[in-house]
Design a protein around this ligand. Structure first.
Ligand code: DOR
Length: 428
């Protein structure tokens, strides 16, 4: 049930800039924005003193694990984690069991999403079972509102099939998102191929396993004219390829995950599988390139690749443990703490640019203005806190940031007009 809320004493930061203002929310809509607004009768006041009031964050890359892997996460728990992280919308990845490769599974996840704390947009698979052999009925899934399609967790290996998928997608007005990994080159690699892999005796996968597919898909984008979104780019070479493609006017967009601008392959020296992720943590030069790409707009968005895994999976030996890390509850603070960018730039990367890529611009990431859907987050940019996995709302605990002190914390989240997080506590 939508509420009547007044957000008092904050500073709005949105696509139109920054200004101090109160915000009134009623019936799911922002109804007034201005100085010293009179609260409607019965309104709940949310204190925003010293805080930034922004459009809610939008995650392009969330693994909610439902259906099939509910021991790791559910739509409900993942959406709660998202709300605590300041998100008002997430795109649910299709590598579930079964995969989201038909209208029926899309409808199932959408149905779960309707009961969740934040908006859940569903991504569909490009190929049946994500096996890279046959295209899915994308038109049927697009008819249900699916805007992004990906085989994430795997890249589409066959260039001919990817070409056909791009032609099909552009006819439907939807976007393909690629997990860039050449299987033949990455085979057997458990971490980034480099000096640390040699020293630790862990087989590596080279940066080129990612870059070959980025280069190939840029070529296919040129051939077909269809837009391509690059998921979780992690290498200096990938960033350079996307920069050149954009300079050539091609319709490419790209994201990077927080762990790829905050951690290096040196972390793997602990042999702790919490640092195992795909694409793997890279070297310091790659981290610098990802940061530069985020700063200069080559990389359009920060996306979490929130990948929950239960303790029994992440406690396996490094080579047997599944790749993936939690992201939703730490992404904003990591970006504010580590990127040395103004808060406006961080929010562009986390809110309005990803909202557009996800096709959610009508409800998400918009300016904080009267008449707009009330998807908002209130951030205390100075608050310091220590990451404690035990306090996370995710059903899993596999964060690589346990014990790390971060600056910047979500105080309130308002999703579709409902205060789903108040004073840092989830209410749904
Ligand atoms: O580390 C990862 N985990 N990378 C992926 O692409 C998939 C994800 C998962 O689903 O666990």
């Amino acid at each position: 049930m939508a509420e009547t809320l007044v957000l008092r004493g904050g500073r709005i930061v949105d696509v139109n800039g920054t200004r101090p203002a109160d915000v009134i929310v009623a019936g799911g809509i922002v109804t007034a924005v201005g100085a010293d607004l009179e609260a409607p009768a019965g309104a709940t006041a949310l204190d925003a003193t010293g805080c930034v009031v922004a459009p809610g964050l939008v995650d392009l890359h969330t693994h909610l694990r439902e259906p099939g892997r509910e021991e790791a996460e559910t739509v409900e728990t993942g959406a709660r984690a998202a709300a605590l992280g300041g998100y008002t919308a997430v795109v649910a990845m299709p590598n579930t069991e079964p995969a989201v490769d038909s209208a029926a599974v899309v409808a199932q996840v959408q149905d779960l999403g309707r009961r969740a704390a934040v908006e859940v947009a569903v991504a569909g698979a490009i190929t049946v079972g994500r096996r890279g052999e046959r295209l899915t009925p994308m038109a049927e899934m697009a008819a249900l509102g699916v805007h992004l399609f990906t085989d994430d967790g795997a890249g589409v290996q066959d260039a001919g099939l990817m070409r056909r998928a791009l032609e099909y997608a552009s006819g439907l007005g939807v976007v393909l998102a690629q997990h860039c990994e050449d299987n033949a080159l990455a085979a057997g690699g458990q971490m980034h191929e480099g000096a640390w892999a040699s020293r630790l005796g862990i087989p590596g996968q080279p940066a080129e396993a990612e870059e070959l597919m980025v280069a190939r898909d840029i070529a296919l984008c040129r051939l077909t004219g269809a837009p391509v979104h690059f998921l979780h780019l992690s290498t200096a070479g990938s960033v350079a390829l996307v920069r050149a493609a954009k300079a050539a006017g091609l319709p490419v967009t790209a994201e990077a995950a927080p762990h790829h601008f905050t951690l290096t392959d040196e972390s793997v020296a602990s042999y702790d599988p919490v640092f195992k992720v795909n694409p793997p943590l890279r070297g310091a030069t790659d981290v610098e390139a990802v940061r530069a790409g985020l700063a200069d707009g080559t990389l359009d968005a920060i996306a979490t690749d929130h990948a929950p895994h239960p303790p029994e999976a992440k406690e396996l030996p490094f080579d047997q443990a599944p790749p993936g890390m939690l992201g939703l509850e730490t992404a904003l603070a990591l970006a504010l703490s580590e990127l040395a960018l103004p808060v406006e730039a961080v929010l562009a990367l986390l809110s309005w640019r990803p909202a557009r890529i996800a096709g959610l611009g009508a409800t998400q990431g918009g300016p904080v203005a009267a008449g707009r859907p009330a998807n908002l987050c209130v951030i205390d940019p100075e608050a310091r806190w220590v990451v404690d996995p035990a306090r996370m709302a995710s059903r899993s605990r596999n964060t690589p940031y346990a014990g790390r002190e971060l600056t910047g914390r979500v105080r309130h989240t308002v999703a579709a007009g409902v205060a789903v997080v108040v004073d840092g506590e989830a209410r749904r």
